[in-house]
Design a protein around this ligand. Structure first.
Ligand SMILES: C[S@@+](CC[C@H](N)C(=O)[O-])C[C@H]1O[C@@H](n2cnc3c(N)ncnc32)[C@H](O)[C@@H]1O
Length: 263
């Protein structure tokens, strides 16, 4: 259990590394099975069937270790796609395109050490419960909103409040911007969270990584009004205990941490 938690923490910071580990473990397991089967029987699986079994195992392992749903699909399809493309001699632009797609979604993995993973349904439920305590016309910012699934759902639930998402991964920004076009109380900005003025917001929400939390706390403390909230999904501010902790009851023991800005 402790090893699994350690690996899951690593995955929180570096999901691509965890996906790679799941791929390697699944390839090794399926490879050993095939070699053993070849030693002791006449059974020889087709390459694609072996690839699919590897993909299924890698996806399940990744999920067990806490990777998000988008990684499930990537882990499932990776080796079967490689096998298919080696037989079908796909043009190189397909690989370039896939690489660009991943890069444009995970732009901030490199500089900011914050990859894309999404707040889940339990987190959104608990956020809704927390926001119900605010006056009806509160202002909320999602610092690194990704494709804005959570932001948009909250904006629909609180039609009198104002929601802003800031994002710098180009593809996530474009998806978020398009999705929120028709939602009057929700706006998306192509802007770094470090350039966002937090002064006008009652609630700042983030789901980032351990790396930026200390600096973000200093920024929130310096800019937000007394009584405003900083809410972090999963990641603590080093040395600053949260005023409220809400367990999300998933096996990763994720939680929402809420700090009230003092006078
Ligand atoms: C873990 S995802 C969370 C997405 C969304 N907030 C959610 O909870 O579902 C973190 C997002 O923050 C974005 N991000 C990281 N650093 C950023 C920065 N300096 N400015 C704006 N967005 C940033 C990433 O591109 C990524 O989309």
């Amino acid at each position: 259990m402790a090893v699994r938690l350690g690996i899951a923490r690593l995955g929180g910071r570096y999901p691509a590394l965890l996906a790679l580990l799941a791929q390697l473990a699944a390839t090794l397991s399926i490879g050993v099975l095939i070699v053993l089967a070849a030693q002791f029987s006449a059974w020889r699986p087709a390459w694609l069937a072996a690839g699919l079994a590897q993909g299924l195992l890698a996806a399940s392992l990744g999920q067990w270790l806490g990777l998000s749903r988008s990684w499930w699909w990537l882990n499932l399809a990776f080796v079967p796609a490689l096998l298919l493309s080696s037989g079908a001699s796909l043009p190189s632009w397909v690989f370039l395109g896939a690489f660009l797609l991943i890069l444009l979604l995970n732009w901030n993995s490199i500089g900011e050490r914050v990859p894309l993973y999404l707040s889940g349904a339990r987190c959104r439920r608990e956020l809704t419960a927390l926001l119900s305590r605010q006056a009806a016309e509160f202002r909320f910012v999602d610092l690194g909103c990704g494709p804005a699934g959570s932001l948009l759902q909250l904006a629909r639930q609180f039609p009198r409040a104002q929601f802003v998402g800031v994002e710098t991964a180009p593809l996530s920004f474009a998806i978020a911007w398009l999705r929120c076009l028709a939602q009057d109380n929700c706006r998306i900005r192509y802007e770094s969270l470090w350039r966002t003025d937090l002064a006008g917001f009652d609630v700042a929400y983030c789901f980032l990584s351990p790396a930026p939390m200390a600096a973000l706390w200093e920024k929130a403390r310096g800019q937000m009004a007394a009584g405003a909230w900083l809410i972090s999904n999963s990641f603590e501010v080093p040395g600053v205990p949260a005023d409220e902790l809400i367990e999300l009851h998933d096996w990763r023991r994720s939680r929402l941490l809420l700090w009230r800005i003092a006078d």
